[in-house]
Design a binder for this molecule. Structure first.
Ligand SMILES: [Mg+2]
Length: 231
């Protein structure tokens, strides 16, 4: 494609690893709750239902995830054990927040290439301070013309971002790993979208995409580096 587009790029699990760390906290929590007689399957299912509901009300991020783990303990009948479990849960969340950010392969070079040809906006959802902290720690801030953190990435958020940044939707593309947050709502708002799948994507970010070639506005690349072939 010719230069001069605006590329909105997702952060978590597109630029750096994120969900695998949440998954490992869930794994250790499930193991811990087994000691109290709660089957691992039950822990995982209950947490999924709790997070589906709580992220809608409270948004994303490690603080809300920590609160969801406490709600989980109550939900599986461990109200009395919560005093016991709380130090473990808090230590897990604290470690999650300190985690070194691990960039996905070829991200800085690819961003440098894209930035030379297009306007590049990091577009991420979640807790404002936490997402900004990750952007700074990633060392990628200077690769972006702009950074935009929103509470939820729905079609309205894409329309709003296009308006705020003065971008025509038909000159904008969204790039990311989440069918639910990156691809479908961006298409609804009239953006093009490039799906970059990540095998560790959070279950709540999955959604069915149209079959290949049914929508010329949705492309798929298998690695971040291959965005050079598109843009
Ligand atoms: Mg993502």
């Amino acid at each position: 494609m010719g230069p001069g587009l605006t590329l909105f790029i997702d952060a978590d699990d597109t630029l750096w690893e994120n969900n695998i760390y949440f998954d490992s906290v869930i794994g250790r929590t499930a193991t811990r709750l087994e000691e109290y007689g709660v089957a691992s399957e039950r822990t995982r299912e209950a947490l999924m239902a709790i997070e589906r509901q709580r992220t809608r009300a409270h948004g994303y991020g490690s603080v809300n995830f920590g609160a969801s783990l406490e709600v989980l303990c109550e939900h599986v009948g461990l109200v009395h054990a919560l005093e016991d479990l709380r130090p473990f849960l808090r230590a897990e969340i604290a470690a999650l927040r300190r985690k070194r950010l691990e960039l996905l392969p070829d991200v800085p070079d690819t961003l440098a290439y894209l930035r030379r040809r297009h306007r590049v906006v990091l577009f991420t959802k979640g807790n404002h301070d936490e997402q900004w902290d990750k952007v700074v720690r990633s060392g990628l801030r200077d690769h972006f013309h702009q950074v935009d953190v929103v509470r939820e990435k729905d079609a309205g958020a894409y329309r709003d971002a296009a308006r705020r940044l003065g971008v025509r939707p038909d000159r904008a593309w969204m790039i990311g790993n989440s069918p639910k947050s990156d691809i479908l709502p961006a298409r609804d708002a009239g953006f093009g979208a490039v799906f970059v799948p990540h095998p560790g994507t959070w279950a709540l970010e999955l959604a069915e995409l149209p079959p290949d070639n049914h929508d010329a506005g949705i492309l798929r690349v298998e690695t971040f580096a291959r965005l050079r072939e598109v843009f």
